[in-house]
Design a protein around this ligand. Structure first.
Ligand code: C5P
Length: 219
């Protein structure tokens, strides 16, 4: 009997975009199909983990064996994460969280005029940074979608958010696609995962996480 890589581990995955309402019918969001996050949840289940999937609005079939929590905004997502986090071993933040939300929102549909409109936005909480800087954080894995300077931006993000592992891809290469190319950054350096189906990339990522997680547990 060979135990699975994440047997008995409790894994939390965020996936998809968040949507920040401006009025009853308008809002801002990020481009994200949720495919990578859902693939990561599937791969974690295959590896024997108990998986909670916190998902923004997407059009995907969720893996049946995961506990699914649907959310809309970044603040909803943070609240859902906070509810689960104390029991989690590994947190994988794959969601494309909207960085800003409107300062004021209208419950009704704002009437259109021919005038110029000014909207004010404030930054949303950084969910991953919140979790990674908890006194006793779970093993945290971040994702970064960049359009340029992938390595430099990815390493800067990993340091800022205090992450043991960050998976980076080019936005133009990944968004909406069934495939992507990933580069993993950790304390030991970087690992290149050549282009493959997202489910295959997710399986490779889970293998890497299991390795780092074991090493960390031995310390
Ligand atoms: O948006 P950014 O490139 O900083 O995202 C990097 C990582 O941080 C991703 O793993 C994303 O899920 C997470 N993040 C978050 N909350 C935010 C912004 C990003 O958890 N408000």
């Amino acid at each position: 009997f060979q135990p699975k890589l994440l047997q008995g581990k409790r894994v939390l995955v965020t996936a998809g975009p968040t949507y920040e309402a401006i009025d009853a019918v308008r809002g801002i969001t990020n481009l994200s199909s949720g495919k990578m996050g859902y693939a990561v949840a599937r791969a974690a289940l295959e590896a024997g983990a108990e998986v909670t999937l916190i998902s923004g609005p997407v059009c995907l079939e969720p893996p049946r064996a995961a506990k699914l929590v649907n959310v809309v905004s970044a603040r909803d997502m943070l609240a859902a994460v906070k509810k689960e986090i104390s029991r989690i071993d590994i947190f994988m933040s794959v969601a494309a969280v909207a960085d800003y939300r409107a300062i004021s929102t209208n419950k009704q549909k704002t009437k259109k005029t021919n005038d110029k409109v000014m909207l004010e936005f404030i930054p949303n909480p950084d969910i991953l940074e919140h979790v990674a800087t908890l006194p006793r954080p779970p093993f945290c894995v971040g994702f970064a979608a960049e359009t340029e300077n992938l390595e430099k931006n990815a390493e800067a993000k990993r340091r800022k958010k205090k992450l043991p592992l960050l998976a980076a891809n080019l936005a133009q290469d990944a968004i909406g696609s069934d495939e992507n190319t990933l580069t993993l950054f950790d304390d030991e350096g970087k690992n290149y995962l050549p282009r493959a189906l997202k489910i295959e990339q997710a399986r490779r990522l889970i293998k890497h996480i299991a390795l780092l997680y074991e090493k960390q547990a031995e310390k």
